[in-house]
Write a protein that binds this ligand. Structure first.
Ligand code: ADP
Length: 524
């Protein structure tokens, strides 16, 4: 009942309040009667303040103002009724005193009412804030504790005052220290998530954390050190033992209050990170295994690469050694031919050694030696290296170069390896091609982006769509004894220096491989 905003807003007035207000109005009426119809020569009207005071708690500010107005009007009315408009000085003074008393009382009541309302509002806000905090505390999925750290803080302060400066050392020398500290940290409250974390325990069983903190848990001591060092917060990873004896890894966060008096209600948060830590551990293990596997794969790839690349010079060595033997076996021995074969043996041995060297430098990431290489010279040198192979298979070999091509800066042995691979593949691909049609054509021309292109076209069967798709992937081979590493190695070798290697079928038949070599090599 609001009564036009005159009465305090609450559900209903209590009988006591109704009695008090009724009495106040009765008093006002009695005063009015006495003041108007009797001859009492005193400032009776002053007593209207009692009416105001009695109604103060029940009426609103507006109600109080109205009542004060009514009381002042009644006093004025009594004055006019008793003394007429002329009046006498004494009566007028009494009226003035009474009105002043009523005005002052009214102002004091209003001030009081405002202070009271402010206090009520403050209390209501405080209460709803507390309720909000409680709701968050209770419903949070993070395990939260309210712990009383005041005793343990006092203990630590005392130790400091007694000259302890290194708490870790003190704890080592006093084996009971940790247990003593735990014992003087009672739990004030714990939320549902906290009870769940400890293994769905009852709230009554967590008044002390003694049985839940692992004996060897260094984090608790670190927490004590943080309080000892007057830090403002603490964060650390620890382990707790749940009611069924399992160990859970937790991330612990504690914010210490600025006001020492509030150490009796410190909020402690715990996040269960057991699964995360396990996953991380598994990840580290998997990574270690992967590193091992990839080392094994590197060794495997290296051996495959070496086996592949050394095959050619070693094969040539054997052929040349056999040839040398034959020249020696002649009667008389052809020493000039022997010397030529010996030179070839030296050359092939040197190449084998260079291949090993270059593979090692690739692995050890040593800066390779760049030289100025004329690609036309390199093609003819490679053709000479393979001359017995080409002749044996009756393969015609031609090279054309657009004039004005400058030398490139490259690692010579790498480019030669690529060429040997491309030529050997071409030779092998033409095994079924009629002898008179076997041909390898090499074209050297300027390409885009400051590079030179070397195209190798053969007259073999070309590349099937399936092979074309996987050509540069390791272990892609159609040969019974092939490794399928050659083209993969060639491409990565060229790309490492800023070049490219692509393959397609030529419009006139046969496979067409194109390598590009930048004029200025790129350093990795
Ligand atoms: P490998 O020679 O050990 O098989 P490569 O990586 O050098 O490994 O070649 C992969 C495959 O590409 C070969 O097995 C072959 O099927 C195909 N290939 C390569 N060059 C040619 C070519 N000039 N003509 C047809 N097929 C080719």
């Amino acid at each position: 009942m609001r009564l036009f905003g005159l009465v305090n807003p609450k559900q209903r007035l209590s009988p006591y309040e109704i009695g008090v207000v009724s009495f106040a109005f009765l008093l006002a009426a009695t005063l009015f009667y006495l003041d108007t119809f009797t001859d009492i020569q005193s400032a009776l009207a002053t007593l209207y303040v009692i009416t105001l005071l009695l109604s103060a708690e029940t009426l609103t500010e507006r109600g109080t103002l109205l009542l004060a107005g009514v009381c002042i009007s009644l006093s004025a009315l009594s004055y006019v009724a008793g003394h007429g408009l002329q009046g006498d000085l004494a009566a007028a003074l009494r009226l003035t005193v009474a009105i002043a008393a009523m005005v002052i009382t009214c102002l004091l009541i209003i001030r009081n009412q405002r202070a009271r309302l402010a206090l009520i509002k403050f209390n209501t806000d405080l209460q709803s804030s507390e309720e909000r905090y409680r709701t968050i505390f209770e419903q949070s999925r993070v395990a939260l504790w309210e712990r009383d750290y005041s005793q343990v803080r006092a203990l630590l302060v005392k130790l400091r005052e007694n000259g302890v400066s290194d708490l870790q050392a003190y704890a080592r020398n006093n084996p009971d220290f940790i247990a003593d500290c735990i014992a003087c940290i009672p739990t004030v409250a714990a939320n549902a998530a906290a009870l769940e974390l400890l293994g769905h325990v009852d709230a009554r069983n967590v008044s002390s954390m003694r049985r839940y903190i692992a004996q060897d848990d260094a984090t608790f001591l670190e927490l004590m050190v943080a309080i000892f060092n007057r830090e403002s917060s603490f964060e650390g990873k620890g382990s707790i033992i749940t009611s069924d004896g399992t160990t859970r890894l937790v991330l612990l966060t504690v914010g210490f209050p600025e006001d020492v008096a509030n150490f009796d209600r410190v909020i402690v948060g715990m996040f269960d990170i057991t699964e995360r830590e396990m996953a991380q551990k598994a990840l580290f293990e998997a990574q270690a295994e992967l590193a091992l596997a990839s080392r094994a794969a590197t060794v495997g790839a290296l051996s495959a690469s070496l086996a592949h690349e050394l095959n050619q010079p070693l094969g040539a060595l054997v052929v040349n050694a056999q040839t040398l033997q034959r020249w020696l076996d002649r009667d008389p021995p052809d020493l000039a031919a022997v010397s030529r074969s010996a030179e070839r043996i030296v050359r092939d041995s040197q190449r084998a050694s260079d291949i090993i060297q270059s593979t090692r430098s690739m692995l050890s990431e040593r800066t390779p030696v760049l030289e100025s290489v004329s690609l036309a010279d390199l093609v003819s040198e490679t053709q000479m290296l393979m001359e017995s192979e080409l002749a044996k298979n009756r393969i015609a070999f031609d090279t054309s170069e657009t004039p004005g091509i400058t030398a490139v800066s490259a690692v010579r042995i790498e480019l030669q390896q690529v060429m040997i691979n491309l030529f050997t593949n071409a030779v092998q691909a033409m095994a079924a091609t009629p002898e008179q049609h076997r041909r390898i054509s090499v074209t050297i021309e300027l390409a885009e982006c400051q590079s030179v292109s070397i195209k190798v076209h053969d007259s073999g069967p070309g590349l099937s769509p399936e092979v074309l798709k996987n050509l540069f992937k390791p272990f892609c081979t159609t040969k019974a004894t092939g490794l399928g590493m050659g083209l993969a190695i060639c491409r990565s070798m060229l790309e490492a220096r800023g070049g490219t290697l692509t393959a397609d079928n030529h419009a006139e038949g046969g496979a067409l491989f194109q390598m590009t070599v930048p004029i200025e090599a790129v350093h990795e």
